[in-house]
Design a protein around this ligand. Structure first.
Ligand SMILES: [Zn+2]
Length: 481
């Protein structure tokens, strides 16, 4: 089947970069793009996108497939209690209190997150890990929601726990994480390429400080054999930076380089904290040079860092050093369109330079930057022969007002809410802002009930037995009648 999209503006591909095609049309044949131009060739179906911008599907390099239960805690506990801030708020539980979530709760979180990211314009997501278990179900959910997903279950050699006094400690796992690596490898062997290639494997050694060097080396060998990319969290918080420095006497980028894990198909979730960061009492060495030379991509999540009151220093400085950058959301909202604005504004703030982090650079990061990190030159761009992953956004609203350059307008004013139509692999999966495949309202109601259950039971897992109300002070007092 063929489909033609007639846009006000199409973001086409010149072969080396994005280019604007006014009054452009995209012709889709099956699941790939046949042509982008100003002609109107015959097609079985025509989508009228007049007044709208037709973009390549965005790539979100950081979507944890879970509900936003932890995100509320994340923002508020951080203010005074760093050791239960950042990912430690849910990633460093009391050992005695761990109770794995029930499979229906895990499935719900996955479905909600993958759908939310897609609804906000990310046709491809990298999932570095959400809830545990029920792996066959995961692939079925990717089938239902309709996006392109890179995932396998994360693994690590060390766990991090909080003791009854609120102190962190790392503990080597008895199995050193090897069985979980094998589960990931077997999972990829079984499901890689499912749903007409929409489901793709990626190896997820969890975090730089929870994986010993030998496990990272084995991960690199396994990824090479499977021919899949790698993601690892690194440089995402100060606690980790100091832990790696203390253990290996080098900053995290150097540590990773020495394990051989850095390469053109490796994404480093965050890598915001390096030597020389204004909040780290350690000089910057060759870290950016190392990152640039190895070709690793930074999965930059500026909104998440801003929530924790820090920033990468900076988007522009990394780019100028030749470091490859993609964008991810990590925290909710899973809105890759707004993330471009955060990337741009925060870089300007850090560098005190109003002309920095230009719209073209952040748009590249959110499209080809992510696609290249995943080794996919057929994603993140609307070129002949590329996958038919397309996003249509409405720029003709009072929020935008009259616009001049469409990409500048999108970065300055846009949000995922402006996404009207999403096409993945040649199929319309979001139409008029709603899923064509699942019941959005039902999913939302289930998510609300699931989140309430999790919040109501939070004190059972908090190191100090605190309720959510104690951890998150309400914005205003509630009137009691
Ligand atoms: Zn993460």
């Amino acid at each position: 089947m063929s489909m033609r999209i007639d846009g006000d503006v199409v973001v086409g591909w010149s072969g080396t970069g994005h280019e604007i095609v006014p009054n452009g049309s995209v012709l889709i044949d099956g699941n790939s793009i046949r042509s982008v131009g100003t002609e109107r060739p015959q097609a079985d179906r025509v989508i009228d996108a007049s007044g709208k911008i037709v973009c390549p599907g965005f790539v979100n390099l950081h979507v944890h497939s879970q509900l936003n239960v932890g995100d509320y805690l994340l923002t508020d506990v951080t203010k005074r209690d760093y050791l239960s801030a950042n990912w430690f708020v849910f990633g460093a539980p009391l050992k005695e209190k761990i109770e794995p979530p029930a499979p229906p709760a895990v499935a719900l979180g996955r479905k909600y997150a993958l759908y939310s990211a897609l609804r906000n314009g990310a046709t491809t997501v990298l999932d570095p890990g959400g809830g545990p278990g029920a792996l066959d179900d995961y692939v079925a959910i990717v089938g239902q929601t309709g996006g392109r997903v890179f995932f396998s279950p994360p693994f690590r050699s060390h766990d991090i726990f909080t003791d009854a006094e609120g102190r962190h400690y790392y503990e080597e796992r008895a199995d050193k994480g090897r069985p979980a690596l094998k589960v990931a490898v077997d999972f990829i062997k079984k499901f890689h390429g499912a749903h007409n290639g929409r489901f793709q494997g990626i190896l997820n050694p969890a975090q730089a400080e929870t994986c010993e060097p030998s496990l990272l080396k084995e991960s690199v060998a396994a990824a090479k054999e499977l021919d899949v990319p790698i993601h690892i969290h690194a440089g995402g918080n100060f606690r980790e930076f100091l832990e790696i420095l203390n253990r290996y006497r080098k900053p995290v980028a150097e540590f990773l380089a020495d394990t051989g894990i850095l390469g053109p198909r490796t994404t480093l979730g965050h890598m915001a904290i390096t030597g020389g960061h204004s909040r780290v009492d350690y000089p910057r060495g060759d870290e950016l040079k190392i990152l640039a030379e190895t070709g690793a991509t930074i999965g930059h999540c500026p909104h998440k860092c801003a929530k924790m009151a820090f920033a990468m220093e900076s988007f522009d400085q990394y780019l100028e050093a030749g470091v490859r950058i993609g964008l991810g959301t990590d925290t909710y909202p899973l809105d890759i369109v707004s993330e471009m604005r955060y990337a741009s504004l925060i870089s300007r703030l850090v560098d005190r330079k109003s002309s920095g982090a230009r719209a073209a650079d952040v748009f590249n990061a959110a499209t080809i930057g992510g696609a290249n990190a995943l080794g996919r030159s057929d994603l993140g761009r609307l070129g002949t022969g590329c996958k038919a992953d397309v996003v249509i956004l409405n720029l003709r609203t009072t929020r935008y007002g009259p616009r001049r350059d469409p990409i500048n307008a999108l970065v300055e004013y846009g949000s995922g809410a402006d996404v009207e139509t999403v096409i993945v692999d040649g199929e319309v999966v979001i139409e008029k802002g709603r899923s064509t495949r699942i019941n959005d309202d039902e999913l939302f109601a289930q998510a609300e009930a699931g989140a309430k259950r999790a919040w109501d039971n939070w004190s059972a897992r908090d190191w100090n037995g605190r309720t959510v109300e104690q951890i998150i002070p309400p914005a205003f007092p509630t009137r009691r009648s």
